[in-house]
Design a protein around this ligand. Sequence first.
Ligand SMILES: Nc1ncnc2c1ncn2[C@@H]1O[C@H](COP(=O)(O)OP(=O)(O)OP(=O)(O)O)[C@@H](O)[C@H]1O
Ligand SMILES: O=C(O)[C@@H](O)C(=O)CO
Length: 415
Amino acid sequence: MIAAIADDVTGATDVAVAFRRAGLAVRLVFGVPDDEVPASDPGATAIVIALKTRTCPRSEAVDQSLRAARWARGRGWDRLYVKYCSTFDSSAQGNIGPVADALADLVDARLTVVTPASPVHDRTVFEGLLFAGGTLLADSPMRHHPLTPMTDSSVPRLLAAQTARTIGHVRHRVVRTGREGLADALAALRSGGVRYAVVDAVDDADLLELGFACRDDRLVTGAAGLAAGLAGALREPGAAPGSTDALPSGPAAVLAGSCSARTLEQVAVMSRAHPSFRLDARRTPVPDRLAAEALAWFDSLDAGRAPLIYSSLPPAELAVVQHALGVQGAAELLESAFRVIATGLVERGVERLVVAGGETSGAVTEALGLRSGRVGAEAAAGVPWIHVDGAHPLAVLLKSGNFGPVDLLVEASSA
Ligand SMILES: Nc1ncnc2c1ncn2[C@@H]1O[C@H](COP(=O)(O)OP(=O)(O)OP(=O)(O)O)[C@@H](O)[C@H]1O
Ligand SMILES: O=C(O)[C@@H](O)C(=O)CO
């Protein structure tokens, strides 16, 4: 019924569980699917394709998104949902605008809805301004993001930097009139030649009405909030199916490559009570050596509490590393190290792997060669366990940088 293409892996698990909560049976696929990936499980009503296209070069993001969209449409998934971050993480180059432009052309969409609102995560849009945790985005900790610092809160303005197409706005007072008023407002924009409608939304009720207003669109874009609204508008009444898989009983480990404010708190809590190892990219600026140090440390541990390996740093210290190694250089070095570490941990028998950060999770899932998974229980809002299909038991918890309570890493790795 609906195929979501997510620009990072933690976002994919967030949207997958939002669909599931709203009553759709979901399949999660990692990377651009190929012919070996089954088009769906019998009875699946949603498929989520997890890409790593948030910060890659624009042409690559467009190419991968188009290939994923063609794969989905060729297999009967006729509605596309582009999932970006609820904090609209992107740069002036994209990739939200270029990907949306390309997919709109693919499906011949005249007007496409845009709203990053995700009330379950306290992200709201009012008068076109994006709020995170009740604060304007540009005043929130997102202004310090290592790769996509967000220093403007206006969604129309952020989008306008990324597309040449006309952008309109639907104000909250119109949203509050409900699905018919919204449909009229969208129709008026469409007939005026507007290509993107940024729509205000402050709660789930707004997003459900918007879901009804755009339920017949071939392309819709948003974060997990509108995905839930759309799923609510599309689903047949009935029970919400969910994976009943038990978590594997083998050892757990945590990898944190996110420098987001919430991850920093979670790392601080976990490192007080669990063995922890910080990846120091400046001291050891060679990924394989950095990974070897971490794995040697892991090998020296006695069995006991789950270990934490992290690179998370607060903004001032992060700036020092980025100054020394370059923004991309530091990110690539650490992501490469996390790839080797994750593979080493699974080879050493880790069966439950918790990963903090979308880029980091993308690197880890690629390195582990994960292809698809079933969406399991939610450890926190928007953070479900994913039971990976494969020869060995493995469950991964891919946590968005700012999601989850402060004890999430401890709780998840003790589960
Ligand atoms: N100490 C560090 N110095 C420089 N870069 C770092 C450091 N630690 C992590 N990074 C890089 O910062 C980026 C963090 O992005 P990531 O997507 O993993 O986290 P996030 O943005 O907080 O998560 P999400 O996208 O799920 O909200 C990664 O590319 C990572 O390699
Ligand atoms: O929408 C969000 O905030 C998350 O799903 C995400 O994309 C973080 O990377």
